[in-house]
Design a binder for this molecule. Structure first.
Ligand code: C6P
Length: 420
């Protein structure tokens, strides 16, 4: 996923056979509260295609063993499948080297690893870390912890009312004290696609290291870490059609080499004595203990699935459904969409006049429509818009215009109930 000015022409959405795609997701073929399930909570977690479920089942049925350790056949097969998934992720991100792909529990763990492993040993009381108003707590709190540990200061880039970053203010915050710039590629609560190339270039100009939170970006468009030229990039498997408890930290090899291990244990060492231990090569230095083998295999299958469909085709298709949803909600009246940036991914956060977002979510659920309501782990952002919470519909590649129609029908019901 890039930003508009550099993007190639979007493939047309009709290249995408959504009914065939939907057939791959067994969970979608069910009713909830007597209505066909409409799943619009993909920002929280996406559903899993059959081939991901099958890959995990196959692994447990025929190959289950620990990796990197055994001499026996099963361990060899498990290791091949696990390391094969690393190659798949490398290609997905266009990383230069498979050693740069670190398997973690999710975006959250990836960010904490960078904060503690690379940033903390290099930070002092005069230093600054820059984040933005629209960050998820996972891209705020790890930096606050580091600031507390080192005496460094957290600086926050403000946003405009439409949910775009105030780039002038960002430029004003950068200086020789800026050591880290940590930014969401796509905001989970607004859908804004941030101008990350520009941000990265500006940060590098003052010598800062750049950390991209790709949790809401990687599932929805092509990511090329070499073209982005960032230093670290994280995403979670479970939002990307893979299993939960799994995620990826990509880091430039030289940065990962410089970083301290995040956790100690088996597999991350070369030698251990009571006097001193030495570390394994990348990426194993950061993968202490038995990893989530089935998780990696499932993620590999998920990435093969989306890659075969084409990330640009997915982005184009989701964009079309986003535009349909934005128009449909706009036409209803009495609904305020929070986050109207020109460049958006498939997230529609909104507030229905006079109705608490939790009530909106509950009534939508009665119609079989799953959306999220709450602060979306972005409390500072909610404060910025002076709302306690929003309702949020977040799209995936299997959503259709009919899903949006069902959401709109649910919202009409909300209005009926609360107008009474
Ligand atoms: N956002 C949402 O409903 P984990 O929990 O580690 O898989 O992902 C954390 C995370 C980090 N950054 C962004 C931008 C995110 O959206 C998330 C997860 C979910 O929006 C759950 S709060």
């Amino acid at each position: 996923m890039s930003q508009a000015p550099d993007a190639a022409p979007r493939p047309t959405a009709n290249m995408f056979d959504v009914e065939a795609v939907r057939a791959e997701f067994p969970i979608l073929a069910q009713e909830v509260n007597g209505r066909p399930l409409v799943y619009l909570d993909n920002g929280a977690t996406s559903q899993k295609p059959r081939r991901v479920i099958d890959a995990i089942r196959r692994y447990y049925e025929s190959d289950n063993a620990n990796v990197h350790r055994g001499l026996h056949a099963l361990s060899g097969r498990a290791t091949d499948a696990f390391e094969g998934a690393r190659d798949t992720v490398r290609a997905f991100l266009n990383a230069a080297d498979r050693r740069e792909i670190v398997f973690v529990r999710g975006a959250t763990e990836g960010l904490n690893l960078v904060a503690q492993g690379w940033v903390r040993p290099r930070l002092g009381p005069d230093d600054e870390i820059v984040v933005t108003t629209m960050e998820h707590h996972s891209n705020i709190v790890p930096w606050q912890l580091v600031c507390r540990q080192t005496g460094a200061r957290l600086r926050v880039v403000p946003i405009h009312d439409d949910g775009t970053l105030d780039m002038e203010a960002f430029a004003g915050l950068l200086n020789e004290r800026t050591k880290v710039v940590a930014v969401a590629h796509v905001s989970n609560a607004l859908g804004t696609i941030n101008p990350v190339r520009e941000i990265i270039a500006m940060a590098h100009d003052v010598g800062a290291v750049t950390v991209l939170d790709g949790a809401q970006a990687a599932p929805h468009g092509a990511v090329d870490v070499q073209a982005l030229d960032c230093d670290f990039y994280v995403f979670s498997s479970h939002k990307c059609y893979g299993p939960s408890g799994m995620g990826v930290l990509w880091g430039r090899a030289e940065r990962l080499d410089e970083a301290e291990p995040y956790q100690g244990g088996g597999d991350m060492i070369r030698t251990v004595s009571f006097e001193e231990s030495t570390w394994n090569d990348l990426p194993y230095k950061f993968e202490a203990g038995t990893p989530n083998i089935a998780g990696a295999i499932g993620l590999g299958a998920a990435i093969e699935f989306v890659t075969a469909l084409g990330m640009d085709a997915i982005a184009a298709y989701e964009h079309e459904v986003l535009e349909y949803a934005t128009e449909a909600l706009g036409e209803m009246g009495g609904i305020r969409i929070i986050g109207t940036a020109p460049e958006k991914a498939g997230i529609v956060s909104f507030v229905v006049d006079g109705v608490h977002p939790h009530d909106v979510g509950t009534i939508a659920d009665q119609n079989g429509v799953a959306i999220r309501a709450g602060h979306h782990c972005a409390m500072p952002l909610m404060r910025r818009y002076r709302v306690p919470a929003t309702s949020r519909a977040s799209l995936a590649l299997y959503n259709t215009r009919a899903d949006i129609d069902a959401l709109v029908a649910g919202l009409h019901k909300v209005k009926e109930i609360f107008d009474r």
